[in-house]
Design a protein around this ligand. Structure first.
Ligand SMILES: Cc1cc2nc3c(=O)[nH]c(=O)nc-3n(C[C@H](O)[C@H](O)[C@H](O)COP(=O)(O)OP(=O)(O)OC[C@H]3O[C@@H](n4cnc5c(N)ncnc54)[C@H](O)[C@@H]3O)c2cc1C
Length: 416
């Protein structure tokens, strides 16, 4: 009889993994059961900025960030915030984040992330082809905008990194040059880097639904249920769900910002935090957006989504339980209207999501300490969509028992 694999979490990471595994196991008489308490792409994967940001390799924790943080925290609606009621709980994570910003760990994270991004780009192209998804992909590049020559010079280390890792880009040195790629921006943006390799999806929710449809069409099974417990036993791993339990040969925990709650009873203490992000989606006609826009200093991006425009970003280290503070989304939209005169800010829909983040900005892709049959695929932070197809291929390698196609040492659960 074929193997049964249960995937917990139907976000973009879980659905991609389920599709990759179902495609492989079906031919061997096996099956994949995908479980989610809320539905398909019902959480973070539905409302993100839709970017396949393969050109981004720098971790959040970088040398010098500790000096920048106090300035950011002074502005309660600035690019980074820590709600006071959550600060004490966050301290262990912040200490690890600080350590990850030291030169040695920073360089190690970049090297691992860069190698992973190369793998993810190739895996994503394979996935797009596999599911005939090209119609949902935009290949329009991205502008990274600066308001002075000094601001551009200050960002030089991040462009040097792109040089080091072979990322193609063009430097633009006047509002006129910028306007040739994206007209209608404020002339205060005098410098920009344009990365033509930046891709995005027309709608991240529709993209996951498309992958999910392929999973079902290939014989995959979906159950909308909450996972209550994972119990390794001699003849399989027993999963207690809200209704009938399931026994599996392999389990993949891909539950985004909730994954650490499942790992803890298994003896793995994953320092997973939520970098909460906010956005507003404006309907078609809001702006003639021809590429993605990154306003890095201000901590937000503007993306073409659902034929309209999504304005979003910010990092709020606030955990899973605090209510959203939509003043953050308002603040980003006000700034966008200033930088994009002519942006119609009417009839927007606001959203908040939980980026599942480890201190070194790398995900965990690997086996649980106590049981080889249980795998983690979680903590993709700002890049869950970008890295979903790449993660799915690696998870399939591990479940099937093949050597993974890249070295996973930097992604192990026990690295912390
Ligand atoms: C504002 C914002 C913008 C972003 N922009 C981008 C971008 O442009 N590009 C990019 O690559 N990434 C982006 N991200 C990050 C990206 O959205 C996430 O990394 C990604 O969605 C994480 O996917 P996931 O599948 O791991 O988690 P999720 O999508 O959160 O899925 C986890 C699932 O697990 C389920 N679950 C949890 N607990 C249980 C349980 N006990 N039982 C059953 N099910 C359970 C949940 O219901 C949920 O559906 C952005 C994030 C934010 C917030």
């Amino acid at each position: 009889m074929g193997q049964t694999c249960v995937i917990v979490g139907a976000g973009v990471v879980g659905v991609s993994a389920a599709l990759a595994l179902q495609t492989e196991l079906a031919g061997q008489g096996g099956k994949v059961i995908l479980i989610d308490k809320s539905g398909v792409a019902a959480e973070t994967s539905q409302g993100n900025a839709g970017a396949f940001a393969f050109t981004s390799v720098e971790p959040m924790a970088h040398p010098g960030i500790v000096k920048q943080v106090p300035g950011w925290l002074l502005d309660p609606l600035g690019p980074l915030s820590i709600p006071p009621s959550y600060a004490a709980k966050l301290t262990p994570w912040l200490l690890r984040f600080w350590r990850a910003s030291w030169q040695d760990q920073y360089r190690a994270s970049i090297a691992a992330q860069a190698a992973f991004m190369v793998h993810c780009k190739a895996a994503t192209e394979r996935q797009i082809k596999d599911v005939a998804g090209e119609a949902m992909i935009l290949r329009q590049g991205a502008l990274h905008l600066y308001d002075t020559a000094a601001a551009f010079r200050a960002a030089k280390p991040s462009w040097d990194l792109r040089d080091e890792f072979g990322v193609d880009y063009t430097v633009l040195k006047s509002p006129e040059e910028i306007a040739e790629i994206q007209p209608g921006l404020s002339a205060e943006f005098t410098h920009a880097g344009f990365t033509p390799g930046w891709m995005s999806t027309t709608d991240p929710k529709a993209w996951v639904d498309h992958l999910f449809a392929a999973f079902l069409q290939r014989g995959g099974i979906f159950r909308q249920e909450e996972l209550l417990a994972v119990q390794p036993e001699d003849d399989g791993v027993l999963l207690t769900l809200t209704t009938a339990p399931v026994r599996a040969d392999h389990v993949v925990i891909a539950a985004g910002a909730w994954s650490h709650l499942m790992a803890k009873p298994l003896g793995d203490h994953l320092p997973l935090e939520t970098e909460r992000g906010y956005n507003t989606t404006l309907p078609p006609g809001a702006f003639d957006l021809r590429t993605s826009l990154n306003f890095g200093k201000h901590g937000f991006v503007v993306s073409p989504i659902k034929g309209g425009v999504r304005v979003g970003g910010a990092v709020e280290l606030g955990g899973l339980d605090l209510p959203p503070n939509y003043k953050r989304a308002d603040h980003l939209l006000t700034k966008a209207a200033r930088f994009m005169p002519g942006l119609d800010v009417c009839n927007g829909t606001q959203w908040m999501g939980y980026r599942p983040s480890f201190p070194d900005s790398l995900p965990v892709i690997g086996r649980a300490k106590g049981d080889r049959r249980i795998l983690y695929a979680c903590g993709h932070g700002h890049f869950g969509l970008t890295q979903s197809a790449g993660t799915a291929e690696l998870v399939a390698d591990l479940v099937i028992g093949r050597d993974p196609s890249m070295d996973l040492t930097s992604f192990r659960a026990d690295r912390f």
